[in-house]
Design a protein around this ligand. Structure first.
Ligand SMILES: Cc1ncc(COP(=O)(O)O)c(C=O)c1O
Length: 278
C-alpha cells in the first residue's frame, strides 16, 4: 500500500511525503482519534455516508469534537482528485489535535490497494483463534486509532504461519477479526456474530446481509462458540479493503474441504456488482 494523496483540514491537499500532524497530537500521544477506511470503486467511495455515520458515532464515544461531515466530503473529493486513481481506498481521521489547544485535525489519506489481494482471495486465508476473553468495553464497536492489539494479533497469526486472527470473547465466543467481520456457512444459512458482543458494525457486513438475502441465503446473527466456525462448510471475512475473503483453515485444521467456498465467491461478485452500480 502506498500513500497516494493527503488532504488536511485548513490546508487542503498537501504533499503526502511531508509531516501533517504534530508530536503532541493526542491521537499520537494517547491513541485517542477516530478513523474510517472506505474502498473506492471507479472514483466513488462505497457507502461513504454509512462510514461517516459510524465515524460520527466513534468520535462522540471518544469525546472528540463533533464530526464535520461536509468537511470530510470536501477533503475526500480533493484527495481523490489529487490521487487520480479510480480504484483505491481512503482513510479518514479525526484527532483532537495538539494537547490543550482545542483545534481538531481532520485528515483524508488516499492509498493504493494491496497488490496481493486477488491472489490471496483465490487461495483463501488461514486464521488462528485468539482468546481475548474481554467483556464489551466502554469503547466496544468504536473505530479508534488504539489498534495496537489488532495489529499485534495479525503479527502473531503470521508468526504462526497463518494470515489473520479471529478474536474470541467471554466463554470463547466468536467475535471478529482484527480488521474484519467473520462469517461462516452451514447449508443455506450464513452466520455472523451479533453487534451486541461489542464488535464493529462493519459497513461491508451490513451490505452482505442485504446481498446474501437477495441471493437466497438465510442470515443468522447471534452468539456462537468457536466449534460453530470450525465445523462450518465454509467461512470468510468481510471488510472494506479486502471485501469478501475466503477462510480455508482455522487453527491448523481445514474448514469444510479446505478450499474457498461458494458463498464467498457469490457474495464477492454481488458486492462488486453492487459497488459498481451505486
Ligand atoms: C475490528 C474491525 N471489525 C470489522 C471491520 C470491518 O468493517 P468494514 O466492513 O466497515 O470495513 C473492521 C474494518 O475496519 C475492523 O477494524
Amino acid at each position: 500500500m502506498t500513500l497516494l494523496a493527503l488532504a488536511v483540514s485548513g490546508r487542503g491537499v498537501v504533499d503526502p511525503d511531508e509531516p501533517a500532524v504534530f508530536a503532541d497530537d493526542e491521537g499520537f500521544l494517547r491513541g485517542r482519534a477516530a478513523f474510517e477506511t472506505t474502498r473506492v470503486y471507479g472514483g466513488k467511495p462505497f457507502r461513504l455516508d454509512e462510514h461517516l455515520e459510524r465515524f460520527a458515532n466513534s468520535a462522540a464515544r471518544l469525546n472528540l469534537p463533533p464530526l464535520d461531515r461536509p468537511l470530510f466530503h470536501g477533503l475526500t473529493a480533493q484527495a481523490l482528485a489529487a490521487a487520480g486513481r479510480p480504484d483505491c481506498f481512503v482513510r479518514l481521521y479525526l484527532t483532537p489535535g495538539r494537547e490543550g489547544r482545542d483545534r481538531p485535525v481532520s485528515l483524508v489519506l488516499v492509498e493504493s490497494l494491496p497488490p496481493e489481494l486477488e491472489e490471496t482471495r483465490a487461495r483463501g486465508i488461514r486464521v488462528i483463534s485468539l482468546p481475548l476473553g474481554l467483556e464489551p468495553s466502554l469503547l466496544g464497536g468504536v473505530k479508534s486509532t488504539s489498534y495496537a492489539l489488532n495489529m499485534v494479533a495479525v503479527d502473531e497469526a503470521k508468526r504462526r504461519g497463518c494470515d489473520d486472527a479471529v478474536f474470541l470473547g467471554p466463554q470463547g465466543v466468536v467475535m471478529e477479526g482484527p480488521t474484519t467481520n467473520i462469517w461462516w456457512r452451514s447449508g443455506n444459512v450464513l452466520y455472523t456474530p451479533a453487534l451486541e458482543l461489542g464488535i464493529l458494525q462493519g459497513v461491508t457486513r451490513g451490505a452482505l446481509i442485504e446481498l446474501a438475502v437477495d441471493r437466497g441465503y438465510e442470515v443468522e446473527v447471534g452468539v456462537y462458540p468457536l466449534t460453530a466456525l470450525a465445523e462450518a462448510e465454509e467461512a470468510f471475512t468481510s471488510s472494506a479493503v479486502r471485501e469478501v475473503m475466503p477462510v480455508v483453515a482455522l487453527d491448523g485444521k481445514p474448514i469444510g474441504d479446505g478450499a474457498p467456498g461458494q458463498a464467498a465467491r457469490e457474495l464477492q461478485e454481488e458486492l462488486r456488482r453492487c459497488a459498481s452500480s451505486s
